[in-house]
Design a protein around this ligand. Structure first.
Ligand code: ZN
Length: 343
């Protein structure tokens, strides 16, 4: 049996796939010696589509359900899992997910800012791509800032994907993000189906597991279709552009880029990010030259209050010439955690 390329820690060794299945079962630990590794690429009404043995010559997709022993533990797109039962991928097969690996990153949202319940959207992605039209519809800076905060909180790197550059100059828009050093790729629609600048997007996505977010009309579906031709047909998600496809309640779906170039995870069900769960300290760690100045802050400082030590830190030049604009940008992001109508 071919092994996946992921690393295994000590605890994995005991239940790694064992073709012979000769080891005795124990009542004290799970004994799924035949469990097969996979990656969750789709979630729909209690059924999980899993790419079995990714990277091996034996790759196939299998429909699975959650094993009772997992209890209430959530399973989301991007999760690395182990599956038992029929993992052949044949149409009538239904495997069982018996284990979810520790997550490397965790993109979360609060249902809304006044609701403390957290929901995990995607696991193990490393890049959050905020798709934003430069015009028609107009960019919504506050919404974009909220996405950046969600990315930083998740431990993911943000990337701006600006569409419709044929309608507006990207330069003024990008000024807002220069202090944050958020990279950007720019595309323009050249005709009904064509997208100019796609190579730059492909380069930025290569080798990454990227989550794409963006509100309706920004061209996210067009972009995904251009990157992964036929993507939505294959997974049965309704295509915003053509309206064709099966209606599902899916909130995220993982699509492999051609030529093994990485993964894009589209989030058709995500309209906004509630950020009530976000700890300011997690955001500040993405501003290392400012984080060093928080030692003088009062306990529990929000870093956006009068007693905050960062003003003096920046004024004394400790954060370099870009310190003031970086602090201003940090505080702009921190403020987006507070509810405001119109998000
Ligand atoms: Zn502070």
């Amino acid at each position: 049996m071919a092994r996946a390329t992921s690393d295994y820690d000590e605890s994995d060794v005991r239940i790694r796939p064992n073709k012979r299945g000769t080891r005795p079962r124990s009542k004290d630990r799970p004994a799924h010696l035949d469990a097969v590794p996979g990656m969750v690429i789709g979630v729909d009404r209690g059924r999980y589509t899993v790419l079995m043995e990714p990277g091996s010559g034996d790759e196939r997709t299998a429909l699975t359900m959650r094993a009772r022993e997992l209890g209430r533990k959530g399973i989301v797109v991007g999760d690395d899992v182990f599956v038992v039962g029929d993992t052949s991928g044949s149409p009538d097969a239904l495997g069982r997910i018996v284990r979810v690996e520790k997550r490397r990153t965790l993109l979360r949202r609060t249902a809304d800012d006044t609701d403390p319940v957290e929901r995990v959207i995607v696991a193990n992605a490393d890049q959050l791509v905020v798709v934003c039209a430069l015009a028609n519809p107009e960019p919504r800076p506050r919404l974009i800032d909220r996405c950046l905060v969600a990315a930083y909180d998740a431990g993911m790197s943000p990337l701006l994907a600006l569409t419709k550059a044929d309608l507006a100059d990207p330069a003024p828009f990008l000024e807002n993000y220069a202090p944050l050093e958020v990279p950007a790729v720019i595309t323009a629609t050249t005709d009904r189906d064509g997208t100019d600048g796609l190579d730059a997007v492909r380069d930025a996505l290569r080798g990454h597991v990227s989550v794409l977010v963006g509100h309706s009309g920004v061209g996210k579906s067009t972009l995904v279709n251009a990157l992964v031709p036929g993507a939505y047909r294959a997974v049965g998600v309704v295509n915003d552009v053509t309206g064709r496809g099966r209606h599902t309640s899916t909130s995220a779906v993982a699509l492999r880029l051609p030529d093994g170039g990485g993964w894009v995870i589209d989030t058709p069900g995500i309209r906004s990010f509630g950020l009530a769960h976000v700890d300011p300290e997690r955001i500040v760690t993405h501003f290392p030259e400012l984080e060093a100045g928080t030692d003088g802050c009062p306990r529990g400082c929000t870093h956006d209050e009068e007693e905050c030590a960062l003003d003096a830190w920046v004024a004394q030049g400790h954060a370099g010439p870009s310190g003031p604009s970086r602090l201003e940008s940090l505080r702009r992001l921190l403020r987006t955690r507070h509810p405001q109508t119109g998000d």
